[in-house]
Write a protein that binds this ligand. Structure first.
Ligand SMILES: [Zn+2]
Length: 285
C-alpha cells in the first residue's frame, strides 16, 4: 500500500479538512479525540489516522476514492446532477450553493466506476462535509444509478457512508423516497447474484442506516465510527430509556451482530481486494 495517496491525485474537494483555528493551517492539525497536535504531513501519510490514539478522522468523498481505488481508474458518472428545490423550501438554494462552494462538490455524494487492485466495480461515497451527508434526491439517484450500472456491468458495488444527516428535510417526501429507491436497486443487484459491499464510516446515522447503509452482503466499518439510527439524546427524549454506553460505535455494532468486521483504514484496501476476489469480480484487461 502506497504512501501519499492524498498528495498524488487531489480531486475537487479533497482539500477540505477543518483545522483548529489556533493552529497554522496546513502544517499541524489536532486530534479531535486525544487533542494531540499532529504534524500534518505525517498524519496524511498515516491516512489521516491519529498516530497517538488511532482516531480515524473524517475523509471527504474524493479523498476516500483516491485512497481506495487504483490511481486514475475512477470515472465519475452523473456528476452534473444538482438538487432542485421542489418544495420552494426557504433558504435551500442558498444552502446548496454555500455547501457546494465550501466542499467543491455538487451534492453530498460522489459516484462512478473504477478498479480496485484491478477489479472493476461501481462506487458511491456520501460526504458528511456537504449538508452532513444528508440524503436528498441527488444522493439517492446517484447511489441507485451506481448500483444499476454495476448490475448492468455485472460487477460488485461498493457504497461508502459518511452521513449523519438522514433524509434531507428540505426535500420532504422526495428525500424519504430515496430510501426505498436505493434499497430496491440493491435488491435487484442481489437478485442478479452480484455483491454489494457497504463501508460505514463516521458518521453513519438515521435514514442511511434505515436503507442502503445496512443492506450489503458484507458490512464493514472503520474503528470508532458512530453508527446507528437515532442518537442517545433523541432516544432519551423519546423515552426509550437509558441506552448502553457506546451503543452507537462500530465496536458495539460488531459485538451485537449488526456488522461483519471493523477494519482499520490501513487494512481497507487489502480487505476489499479479498472480497472482490471472492466475489469473482471481473478484472480489466
Ligand atoms: Zn488522537
Amino acid at each position: 500500500m502506497a504512501n501519499g495517496w492524498f498528495g498524488k491525485k487531489r480531486l475537487p474537494g479533497a482539500e477540505v479538512q477543518e483545522a483548529p483555528p489556533s493552529i497554522p493551517d496546513g502544517l499541524w492539525t489536532q486530534c479531535g479525540k486525544c487533542r494531540e497536535v499532529l504534524f500534518a504531513r505525517e498524519w496524511e501519510r498515516n491516512l489521516k489516522v491519529c498516530t497517538k490514539c488511532g482516531h480515524h478522522f473524517r475523509l471527504t468523498a474524493p479523498e476516500r476514492i483516491a485512497m481506495l481505488l487504483d490511481e486514475e481508474s475512477f470515472v465519475e458518472i452523473d456528476g452534473d446532477l444538482t438538487s432542485a428545490n421542489p418544495l420552494n423550501f426557504p433558504g435551500y438554494d442558498d444552502k446548496i450553493r454555500r455547501h457546494g462552494a465550501a466542499s467543491g462538490l455538487k451534492d453530498a455524494v460522489v459516484s462512478g466506476h473504477g478498479t480496485l487492485d484491478g477489479y472493476a466495480l461501481s462506487v458511491a461515497v456520501t460526504d458528511a462535509h456537504f449538508m452532513r451527508g444528508a440524503m436528498g434526491s441527488v444522493v439517492g439517484e446517484r447511489i441507485s444509478r451506481a448500483v444499476e450500472l454495476a448490475t448492468q456491468r455485472r460487477t460488485p458495488v461498493l457504497l461508502i457512508s459518511g452521513s449523519g444527516g438522514g433524509a434531507r428535510m428540505e426535500e420532504g417526501l422526495l428525500s424519504l423516497m430515496q430510501m426505498a429507491k436505493t434499497s430496491a436497486s440493491i435488491a435487484r443487484h442481489h437478485d442478479a447474484g452480484l455483491m454489494t459491499i457497504i463501508l460505514l464510516t463516521d458518521p453513519s446515522l438515521a435514514g442511511i442506516m434505515a436503507s442502503w447503509g445496512s443492506l450489503g452482503d458484507v458490512l464493514l466499518a472503520e474503528p470508532g465510527a458512530q453508527i446507528g439510527f437515532v442518537g442517545e439524546r433523541v432516544s432519551q427524549q423519546a423515552h426509550l430509556g437509558k441506552v448502553p454506553q457506546g451503543f452507537q460505535s462500530s465496536e458495539f455494532q460488531l459485538t451485537h451482530g449488526q456488522i461483519d468486521q471493523v477494519v482499520h483504514r490501513k487494512d481497507l484496501r487489502d480487505t476489499l481486494t479479498l472480497l472482490l476476489e471472492f466475489a469473482g469480480a471481473p478484472g480489466v484487461a
